[in-house]
Design a binder for this molecule. Structure first.
Ligand SMILES: [Zn+2]
Length: 109
């Protein structure tokens, strides 16, 4: 017996859309954005704590971008944040836990 499918508006349903090659619906996009929020917030907080390192990493990442638009900056910042997190795994885990707890509180309000 298989478990019933999770409805739209969940991370599971979001993955299912992608698996089937569909564009995720609005409810599923909202769910994945919420699920990813703590990670983004934790990355930003870590970046502020290690600003000089973050800027250096971002400059490196920007150099590999084909053009210098706003999207390139956002992508480069995202990758720099991921690299910064791997340089400070313990600190990042702590921030992530804090932001997950905070989001859980916001959602239940
Ligand atoms: Zn959906």
């Amino acid at each position: 017996m298989t478990a019933p499918l999770k409805p739209c508006g969940t991370v599971a349903a979001y993955s299912r859309h992608l698996y089937h090659g569909e564009d995720p619906c609005r409810e599923c996009l909202a769910a994945i954005n919420t699920a990813n929020k703590p990670r983004g917030r934790a990355k930003w907080e870590l970046a502020r704590l290690h600003w000089d390192t973050f800027l250096a990493l971002r400059a490196e990442e920007l150099a590999s971008e084909p053009d210098a638009g706003e999207d390139s900056l956002r992508r480069a910042s995202g990758r720099a944040g991921t690299r910064l997190a791997s340089l400070h795994p313990g600190e990042f885990a702590g921030l992530l836990a804090k932001h997950r707890a905070r989001l859980a509180k916001e959602v239940s309000r």
